[in-house]
Structures are given as C-alpha cells and as structure tokens.
Design a binder for this molecule. Structure first.
Ligand code: UD2
Ligand code: MN
Length: 527
C-alpha cells in the first residue's frame, strides 16, 4: 500500500510544466486498440485532464444554499477500483474530482488497481501526484494494487476497510464529476443518516467524449431476473424536476453513504464475485433494513457508458459456460437466496440455469443475511414490493403467462445469428434461454426483444408457417394465440403448436393430451 499526503488547492493546469508531467504519464499507456478499452482512447489522451463541462443541473441548484455539516464532522473517502483503464481516463477521473470537490470535505482518495496489465501505472501515478501537488495538505491518497485480479466488489470492500472518512463515495474509473456535485448529496446525508444517495448520472459518449444531460425522469430498478433497469418515474403535480426523489435502486453503482451505515449493513456482500449485482443487493438490504435511497438531480456526475464489457471474466464453476454470464447468474442467485424469500421462485422461473449453479455451503455460511436481518429487524421482501417497487409486482399482472416455455423437457428459444433469427427447442439450463410473454388481450406470444410468434400462409393450401416477426400493435389474426389447457392454439387457423419430431416446430391439428403439443410456461396466472 502506498500512502501519500497531497495538497489539493493547487491551480491545476495553468502551468505548462504540469501539463507536460501529465502528458508524460499518459504517454506510457500500453499500446492497445480502442476495443480493449471500449472507448476512443486517442481522443481521451488529447482531452485535458480537467475540462469545462456543460452545467447540466437545473439553474436553481446553482444558487441554492445547502445546509451542510461543519467540515470537521464530514470527511469524505472516495473509493475507486479500476481494471485496465487508460491512463488518461483514470487521471481525468481523479484530477476532476480533486479539482471540483471542496478540500474542506475531501478527506481521502482510495485507488485500487485490480491487477491491471499496465504494471507500472500505480508507481507512475504516485510520482505524478507528488510532482503535481507539492505543499502540505489535508488530502490523503491511498494507492493499492491487488496481487491477483479480485474484482470490483472485493476491491471496493477492501477500499472501505482502509477508509477513515465518515462518508463513502464509490466511483467508476471513467467519471467526471460536475461542478457542485458534492454539496447536494452531503446535505441529504447529513439530514438523514439512514439514507444513501446517488447523483444523477450524465452520460459521456465513448466515441466523441461529448457530455450529455442525464434524464431526471428515470430511477434505478431491476427485473425478476435481477438485471438492472432504468425505470420511468412520474413527476407529481407541482414537483420540480430538480427535487431529490426516492428510487428502488441506485443509479448504477455510483453512490454515497455514511461509512458507519455501510458497515452496519456489512458492506457489499463479499460472496458476490468480480462484477455485477452488488449495488442491487445493497439497495434491497438497505430498503428492507430501515434505509432509503434517493437520487439527487442537483448533483451531477458524468459516467462513460461503454457498449460492452472491456474485460474478461475469470472462468467460472463450469469452464464451458460464458464466464461473464455465469458470474452474473451466480451473483444473482446469491441475492435471490438471501433476500427474495418466496419470490425467489420467480427468479428461478426466469433463470432456470441458476438452479444448477453450485453455491458452496461454506460461502453461504460466511455471509449469513440472517445476521443482518436480525440485527436490524429487516422487513421481508414482500414489504419492498408493496412500498418501494410496486412496478416489480405489476409486471406480472399484465401477462397471463410468462417465462421459459417448455415442451418435453426442452425450452423454446430464439437464436440470433445476425441477421437471422431461428426458433429452436434447446436445453432449459443454458445460461441464456428466451423468456416468453403471453398477452391476455392481444393473444400475442412475445420475446423480450419484442418479437412475436406469428403464422404465415394462414389461408393458402400449403402448410401454414411459423415465423418470428416484429410484434404488431393491437390484435392481429396472425399473432393471436389462445391457451387451451397446456396447448397453444393459433386462433385464426385453429391449429396447435406442435413438436412432432425431435425439435421441429410446426402447426398441426390439435390433439388433446398429445405430449408434443404440451407447452408449459414457467409461470402462469390463473391457469
Ligand atoms: C456498473 C456500475 C458499477 C458497478 C457495476 C456492477 C454504473 C455507472 N456503474 O458498471 O459501479 O456497480 O455496474 O458491478 O452504473 N473493475 C474492477 N475490476 C474488475 C472489473 C471492473 O476494478 O474485475 C472496475 C472498472 O474498471 C470500473 C468499475 O469496476 O471502474 C465498474 O465497471 P464497469 O465500468 O466496467 O461497469 P459498468 O459501468 O457497467
Ligand atoms: Mn462504468
């Protein structure tokens, strides 16, 4: 561990000498294609480490007076874990933060290199920071490098372990805080210690680095597969868009919370591996155990959203599986088992492959949610559905059936080999199996990607043909299905979905009790 004390009120980048030092640091980034970073690295190298950003928050946020605690009572520790980030990007994240955060509150910066390939980066960074910041100051910089890749979740917990401030902020390594970002968050936390807050995230484009305005009409949430989603929110009458608002989950993983409260909740669940799910887990346990989450639009932080993962996941329990999906599924299973109570069956209905994932008992004992639940008299998950995220419950009332669709032990799946979509019956335990929804009013049978099962040549003497086609709004004869016991009857042709030979789907005359025509949804409402 390297620990240095910095001076933080310097006038950054007004001197050519300082710019040269930064450029020298940046030039040492290993030569890698943009696909390695998933953004335009050359452009990142050219843009100043601290640049002017458009003021995206509402005007009133600029003139408001925030009621802040005295700085002796509010010390912020910022935790940043990174893996294979371009030097210019990481430096921009750090220097922008130092530049736009009152030194009265910025207590320490904890930077964890999760064993990136750029081995010399941390040493060079230490040297650079020493050269940039010369005189005595209050800001402490802690730099740590993992000897092995440990993942983001482990690293953030480790950052908290060495933190000494009374507030924590978790930040990704490709962020730019905007002017005045801290005060609105700090005000909320100082008023209510059981709160955790997120800024409103402004997207940064990975190709052009343009900084856009985030959407104040979105809140954080998740679906029954435990995947994160932005959910729409409705502004109450007379509610101004810059007012803080409660949210079922954080704005991704960027959040601020008091260290004491975070530790009482036992931090991020240490059983979760590498990447994914930790902020959803924290959101659930926080709400259930007496906390709340707010998104505060007067606080803006830019985050560069990458189109896909810029890193490999270490191989999982089964080497044949895609390790990114397997890691996420394993993490989700732990969350479902820890917090969803009887609702975990909804999760398994949508993710049957999770049933096969081994959770070693030793691990499960290590992190026993009962300890937290008893300590804080936490609510059951049902409370979360009623009070925090009613939309999660509603999702299901709008369908008469949903989930995987099974016939003779195999599941109906849409394989996309661009530009073709193929319908096939496959193992239900693959990591990715299509989820279907049967709509009670339109009779449409649709996939998550809004494709509907339709029938062509309905009237011609040739055999009618099953097709996947874009779902049409309203009732259309080609896309109308009816449930008759476990059969799926096409209303217009009066034929049934059938799998007469091995894995060959077709329409044929309905035969009651024929196994080849029996299709079961994971969940059926009122059936
Ligand atoms: C989202 C969250 C992130 C975290 C993650 C799920 C936002 C804006 N960000 O990440 O905070 O909650 O979902 O876990 O919503 N990293 C490591 N070690 C690894 C992999 C990643 O240190 O093995 C670092 C990475 O360099 C980055 C951070 O973790 O700084 C988050 O990863 P990401 O930016 O690739 O993923 P993102 O933005 O989808
Ligand atoms: Mn990120």
């Amino acid at each position: 561990m390297i620990c240095i004390i910095l001076q933080s009120d310097l006038q950054l980048f007004f001197h050519q000498e300082q710019l040269n030092l930064c450029n020298k640091f940046i030039e040492r980034t290993p030569d890698r294609p943009d696909s390695f970073f998933q953004y335009n690295r050359q452009l990142s190298d050219k843009i100043n480490a601290v640049r002017e950003l458009p003021i995206t928050r509402h005007e009133s946020c600029n003139t408001r007076r925030y009621s802040l605690p005295h700085y002796s009572r509010a010390k912020l520790s910022v935790v940043i874990s990174f893996y294979n980030e371009a030097r210019s990007m990481l430096l921009r994240t750090i220097l922008t933060l130092i530049n736009r955060t009152s030194e009265d509150y910025l207590h320490e910066l904890i930077i964890i290199d999760d064993c990136s390939e750029d081995v010399g980066l941390l040493d060079n960074l230490k040297q650079l920071m020493r050269n940039l910041f010369t005189t005595k100051s209050r800001l402490t910089l802690i730099l740590k490098r993992n000897q092995h890749r440990k993942g983001l979740i482990w690293s953030r917990n480790e950052g908290v372990r060495v933190a000494s401030g009374n507030y924590l902020l978790f930040l990704d390594s490709h962020c730019e805080v905007n002017k005045g970002w801290l005060e609105p968050l700090l005000e909320r936390l100082a008023l209510n210690s059981s709160l955790a807050v997120s800024p409103l995230l402004d997207p940064i484009e990975p190709e052009t680095f343009s900084y856009r305005t985030g959407n104040v009409l979105l809140k954080g949430g998740f679906d029954w597969s435990l995947h994160f989603h932005w959910l729409p929110r409705v502004l109450a009458e007379l509610e101004s868009p810059e007012m803080q608002y409660t949210s079922p989950a954080f704005a991704g993983g960027i959040l601020m919370i008091s260290r004491e409260w975070f530790l009482k909740l036992r931090g991020f669940n240490p059983e979760l591996q590498i990447w994914g799910g930790e902020s959803i887990e924290l959101a659930i346990k926080l709400w259930l155990c007496g906390g709340q989450i707010e998104i505060v639009p007067c606080s803006r932080i830019g985050h560069l959203f990458r189109p896909r993962h810029a890193f490999e996941f270490p191989p999982q329990f089964d080497q044949k599986l895609d390790s990114a999906q397997a890691t996420y599924l394993r993490n989700s299973k732990i969350i479902a088992e820890s917090w969803l109570d009887e609702y975990k069956y909804l999760f398994y209905a949508l993710k049957p492959a999770a049933k096969q994932i081994p959770l070693n008992i030793h691990e499960a004992q290590l992190y026993d949610p009962i300890l937290i639940k008893d300590g804080h008299q936490c609510h059951r998950f049902d409370w979360y559905l009623r009070h925090v995220s009613p939309e999660l419950k509603l999702q299901h009332w709008s369908f008469s059936a949903l989930g995987t669709l099974r016939n003779k032990g195999r599941c109906l799946h849409v394989e996309s080999t661009f530009p073709k979509l193929e319908l096939l019956l496959t193992s239900c335990f693959r990591l990715k199996v299509s989820q279907w929804h049967l709509h009670p009013e339109t009779g449409q049978l649709s996939t998550e990607s809004k494709r509907c099962l339709g029938v062509r040549n309905m009237k011609s003497p040739e055999r009618p043909q099953l097709m996947l086609e874009p779902c049409v709004t309203g009732q259309v004869p080609s896309q109308r299905w009816q449930r008759r016991d476990t059969q799926l009857l096409h209303a217009e042709t009066h034929l049934c979905l059938d799998n007469p030979l091995k894995n060959q789907l077709e329409l044929s005359s309905c035969r009651p009790h024929a196994a080849s025509q029996s299709f079961q949804f994971a969940l059926e409402v009122g059936a």
